[in-house]
Write a protein that binds this ligand. Structure first.
Ligand code: HEC
Ligand code: HEC
Length: 380
């Protein structure tokens, strides 16, 4: 008996060694640690997809790899550029077959803390589930993977020895490890690891840096009842949609900010009517998720449809309690939108106030996010 178990454990030891040899005897990566400022709590991580450095690095390659689209022309990074805080600077993005998206591409930074994903969809609760949209979505086509290209796409990765080694390290050996399910898990781990928490404002909060007088005036105004901003753009991500490990109740509010009023009854343009598109409820007309303001100086054009070109224009919109469009098919007085969040009417901003708020918003730019080699294209 004893002898048999000894043989068994030897055999196990040997096969473990063989596994190591198969992955080029790379050194094991260090265990995952979050290094976050005090204002951030570690995010919630799905039990079946723990953070590991191997998955992070694999996911980073996949995020930048155009082999992940049906026709081989586009990657996630084609619409999420690091130097623009992982947005693309456009009102609408163009997919791999030339179709336009309905909304503007938001950042992937700090998405680990977002309890819902995209501008207006309370049914997409995690990054794994969200990824089916850009990969397999048909309305519009983004990466354009479909039944006719699924196997081709997987084969591209299975035929590449570097990917074979990386998938083996992240998920275990064998061709089956190179599956869409694991590929999605790896990219999700990469995205959860892309954190923006090193802006000048973060260093100010940590007592390491001072703000200028204008920035300081803008900061206190931002969180005041006079400007209202901090009532919706709250917490470390500057959004009232936020989830952390300690919170039992996750809040996922959506708000109408009076961008449109097409018919005098509060109508928003078709296809972009907020969560009404999902719920069918009138009260949800024009209700969108409070967008994070981190790196906002770099993420123009603004709002769900990129219809606000500059920060100055965004502040004019808030100062006027809604946007009035005088001409064209979208004309209407947004400030009289009956579905508008009532807090917008309390906002009072002078020209100086707007300039101070913009000075403050610029302190949310995080050079580490924009330049860190850890988040950069590994193929360059
Ligand atoms: C064709 C351009 C395009 C491509 C390619 C693309 N995205 Fe996006 N992404 C968008 C747009 C547009 C949105 C906003 C969608 C919406 O709100 O309806 C978005 C939203 C997101 C969000 C939600 C962020 C948030 O704060 O809720 C994440 C995460 C994301 N994309 C990750 C990815 C990943 C991962 C890939 C690759 C698998 C990818 N994207 C490929 C354009 C793109
Ligand atoms: C009632 C909640 C609420 C208040 C108050 C509020 N916001 Fe917003 N904010 C939102 C929502 C919701 C969006 C997205 C709206 C959309 O796209 O239709 C948004 C979007 C933005 C954007 C665009 C971000 C992007 O990346 O596109 C900026 C900039 C902004 N807000 C700044 C401010 C400032 C500055 C204040 C204070 C003067 C403020 N907000 C007050 C809810 C609010």
């Amino acid at each position: 008996m004893r002898h048999a178990s000894l043989v068994a454990s030897l055999a196990l030891g040997l096969s473990a060694l063989a596994g190591l040899a198969a992955v080029h005897q790379l050194k094991p990566a260090p265990a995952w640690t979050w290094s976050l400022p005090a204002s951030f709590k570690p995010p919630r991580i799905p039990a079946d997809n723990p953070m590991t450095e191997e998955k992070f690095q694999l996911g980073r390659r996949l995020f930048y790899d155009t082999r992940l689209s049906g026709n081989g022309t586009q990657a996630c990074a084609s619409c999420h550029f690091q130097h623009l805080a992982f947005t693309d600077g456009k009102a609408m993005s163009t997919g791999s077959t030339g179709e336009l998206t309905a909304r503007s591409a938001p950042s992937i930074a700090n998405t680990a803390w977002n309890p819902t994903l995209t501008w207006a969809n309370y049914s997409i609760l995690d990054l794994e589930r969200h990824m089916l949209v850009p990969m397999f979505g048909e309305n519009p086509v983004e990466l354009g993977i479909d039944d006719s290209t699924r196997n081709t796409v997987l084969k591209r990765f299975r035929d590449d020895p570097d990917y074979r080694a990386r998938f083996a390290r992240a998920f275990g050996p064998g061709q089956e490890a190179i599956s869409f399910s694991n590929l999605i898990k790896a990219i999700a781990v990469f995205q959860r690891g892309v954190v923006s928490a090193d802006a000048r404002y973060d260093r100010y909060l940590a007592g390491q840096e001072k703000l200028t007088e204008a920035e300081e005036r803008g900061r206190s105004l931002f969180f005041s009842e006079q400007a209202q901003c901090g009532n919706c753009h709250s917490g470390p991500t500057f959004s009232d949609q936020y989830a952390d490990v300690s919170s039992r109740e996750v809040r996922t509010p959506y708000h109408n900010t009076g961008l449109y009023n097409l018919d005098g009854k509060g109508g928003y343009p078709d296809g972009n009517r907020g969560i009404l598109e999902l719920s069918g409820k009138d009260a949800d007309m024009g209700a969108f998720r409070t967008q994070s303001l981190r790196n906002v100086a770099l993420t123009a054009p603004y709002m769900h449809d990129g219809s606000v070109p500059t920060l100055e224009a965004a502040l004019d919109h808030y100062a006027a309690h809604g946007r009035t469009l005088r001409d064209g098919p979208r004309a209407g007085d947004g400030s009289r939108n009956p579905h508008k969040d009532p807090r917008l009417d309390r906002i009072q901003l002078s020209a100086d106030n707007k300039a101070d708020l913009i000075a403050f918003l610029r302190t949310l730019t995080d050079e580490t996010l924009l330049t860190s080699p850890r988040y950069a294209n590994p193929f360059k």
